[in-house]
Design a binder for this molecule. Structure first.
Ligand code: 5GP
Ligand code: ZN
Length: 119
């Protein structure tokens, strides 16, 4: 495994292909795949290929990387047919938000109307 990945990280293992995933997008910096437990008809996880713990990690301040994640989100919204109907982008940070995987990931949720504020 490359040194910017962690052997014990679920998402690093998914990116490396050691754990199967339903890929929806892949480029030099970003990988995206369907959430195993979808909260909406479209629920995609968009992750940097480098292991970055979460949005509070210093590496997460890399503007180029954040832009790559957002550009991927735009492309995926088009691909999934939710760009016009609308979708939600979510970072869960810490226990109250229910963050469960410590590898930075952006959720893209769409395909149905969503309540605001979320439950
Ligand atoms: P978090 O709760 O940390 O913001 O989001 C982690 C997400 O990863 C959850 O929505 C969960 O359903 C998803 N997830 C956990 N394990 C797997 C897995 O093995 N494969 C896929 N595709 N998604 C997973
Ligand atoms: Zn990782």
């Amino acid at each position: 495994m490359a040194e910017d990945t962690q052997a014990d990280c679920l998402f690093c293992r998914i990116i490396a292909g050691e754990i199967p995933s339903d890929k929806v997008y892949d480029d030099a910096q970003v990988y995206a795949f369907r959430d195993i437990n979808p909260g909406a008809p479209t629920h995609v996880l968009i992750v940097p290929k480098r292991h970055i713990r979460d949005v509070t990690a210093p590496e997460a301040a890399d503007g180029a990387l954040l832009l790559a994640l957002l550009r991927a989100a735009n492309t995926i919204a088009q691909q999934e047919g939710v760009a016009e109907s609308g979708y939600r982008l979510v970072w869960n940070v810490g226990p109250d938000a229910g963050q469960s995987v410590l590898h930075l990931h952006l959720h893209l949720l769409g395909g149905r109307p969503m309540a605001w504020p979320p439950g």
